[in-house]
Design a protein around this ligand. Structure first.
Ligand SMILES: Cc1cc2nc3c(=O)[nH]c(=O)nc-3n(C[C@H](O)[C@H](O)[C@H](O)COP(=O)(O)OP(=O)(O)OC[C@H]3O[C@@H](n4cnc5c(N)ncnc54)[C@H](O)[C@@H]3O)c2cc1C
Length: 264
């Protein structure tokens, strides 16, 4: 099987600021990392390939500085890496992002599985994987923690639901989003480091992608941020007291009762 893993490079959440004037995230001062659940998607793909054969290609949309992160994925075990990068892709909302990624997947050719993370740590909409499936007219499953081959070229995906699990059978091509923490991503392989450094990361621009320009970037993004407000997290209250266990129990009960009254 040819598996494509969509990998987003995101700013470290704790280093992102919100620009209330422009209603945009100010990522300028933030260092970047590979989105956490995308590492779980990559591990799922590599384990599937190692057990059943095939090839794993990592695909990202973003500016040229994302390239080294694709090399990390190559050092971890991916076979090929592609970066979709062009000013025309900038300012994309989830519709335009999914269109661009789907166009990249179409250009790759025969792809059986597309694995994504369940959500990004910056945008966090979880809309991109199902949207890619719609653009490609492919089967889809979200919040998957386990993926195994089924009969007649299908795959079986176990989904994590709020109150249980379900296993669905999907015909390929299929787009699957993988739950964060569903596996232990392997560490990068130092023997592959030299290969990863010298491997060609293909960079495709708007022209090479052959997509419809009206669906790309800001032009293809119907989403507008209507407003932003800061939500202050309630700080944790802490108090150190020296009391007997009975006194501690009655103080805790009193605090819980007070909180219940305040909430009602
Ligand atoms: C009006 C508007 C303007 C925006 N302008 C910008 C901007 O200028 N610059 C900017 O960086 N963001 C911008 N964004 C944010 C941008 O929409 C999202 O970052 C992007 O669409 C992905 O959505 P998400 O983060 O919610 O992905 P989710 O749906 O939460 O991601 C799920 C999975 O999809 C895959 N995925 C998502 N994005 C990518 C990607 N780029 N490459 C590979 N795989 C991916 C990953 O596997 C990820 O785990 C803008 C958003 C809006 C609404």
């Amino acid at each position: 099987m040819h598996i494509v893993v969509c990998m987003k490079v995101v700013p470290r959440p704790e280093e992102v600021k919100v620009d209330l004037a422009t209603k945009m995230l100010d990522r300028a001062g933030a260092r970047s990392v590979i989105n956490s659940s995308d590492m779980n998607a990559l591990e799922t793909a590599l384990a599937f390939r190692d057990a059943h054969g095939g090839k794993v290609t990592v695909l990202s949309m973003g500016p040229p500085p994302f390239e080294p992160y694709l090399r990390v994925a190559l050092a971890v075990g991916a076979d090929e890496a592609i970066l979709l990068s062009d000013r025309a892709f900038g300012g994309a909302d989830t519709l335009a992002t999914s269109y661009t990624l789907a166009a990249g997947i179409r250009k790759i050719g025969k792809v059986d599985l597309v694995l994504c993370g369940e959500e990004s740590s910056d945008g966090g909409t979880s809309q991109v994987p199902p949207s890619i499936a719609e653009w490609l007219n492919a089967s889809q499953a979200t919040y998957v923690e386990r993926l195994v081959p089924g009969k007649h070229g299908t795959v079986h995906a176990t989904r994590v639901l709020e109150d249980g699990k379900e296993t669905v059978e999907l015909s390929v091509p299929a787009v699957i989003s993988v739950v964060v923490g569903s596996n232990e991503p392997r560490f990068l392989d130092y023997d592959r480091w030299a290969f990863a450094q010298s491997a060609k990361v293909q960079v495709w621009n708007e022209k090479e992608l052959c997509g419809d320009p009206q669906y790309l970037g800001l032009k293809g993004s119907p989403t507008a941020v209507a407003g932003l407000r800061e939500v202050k997290k309630a700080g944790r209250r802490r108090e150190t007291v020296t009391v007997t266990p009975d006194e501690a129990a009655s103080r805790i009960k009193a605090e819980i009762d007070r909180a219940k009254i305040a909430r009602s």
